[in-house]
Design a binder for this molecule. Structure first.
Ligand SMILES: CC(=O)SCCNC(=O)CCNC(=O)[C@H](O)C(C)(C)COP(=O)(O)OP(=O)(O)OC[C@H]1O[C@@H](n2cnc3c(N)ncnc32)[C@H](O)[C@@H]1OP(=O)(O)O
Length: 130
């Protein structure tokens, strides 16, 4: 059974992927930029589903890394749509590490992402009702 360290993930599990040696520095710690890229991917998936179309990342709010990711950990990204505006939406993202060959889950980082829906010309476009 999964054991969560300090609280529970908030939101929908949107993406899971494995941290590989190519994503790490010489000490075996995973690059923060790799984690951020996975968060951006997850956000893109969730926001495009909600907008029913193309979206772009407009802003990422403060992000700090509470715990390291290591090679072999499974990165689990949770997304929660907190606010839907006219053309933009705010998603709360949490990145959790399922430690290598274990059931232990620890929160690595979290951040707010602002995503904007775009039309075919790349201009902001109203987000349709659900
Ligand atoms: C550089 C890169 O490659 S970064 C990677 C991918 N991201 C991108 O390429 C995005 C590049 N940026 C853009 O294309 C534009 O700045 C856009 C589409 C994000 C916004 O275009 P603008 O013409 O400024 O649009 P506009 O001012 O109408 O804002 C659209 C919505 O986004 C919101 N918004 C735009 N920028 C921000 C921001 N920095 N923070 C919060 N909200 C923002 C606005 O409040 C508005 O929301 P609403 O319609 O819900 O009220």
């Amino acid at each position: 059974m999964v054991q969560y360290v300090e609280g529970r993930p908030v939101g929908e599990l949107t993406l899971r992927t494995l941290a590989m040696p190519a994503d790490a520095n010489a000490a075996g710690d995973i690059f923060g930029g790799w984690v951020m890229a996975q968060m951006d991917l997850a956000c893109g998936i969730r926001a495009a589903e909600r907008a029913k179309g193309r979206v772009v990342t407009a802003a990422v709010k403060e992000m700090s890394f509470a715990k390291p990711m290591k090679i072999g950990d499974t990165l689990c990204i949770y997304t929660h749509i907190e606010r839907v505006g006219r053309t933009s939406m705010t998603l709360k993202l949490q990145a959790w590490a399922q430690r290598y060959l274990s059931d232990v889950m620890e929160k690595v980082t979290e951040a707010d992402f602002i995503m904007v829906a775009l039309d075919k010309d790349g201009k902001p476009s109203p987000i349709p009702a659900e």
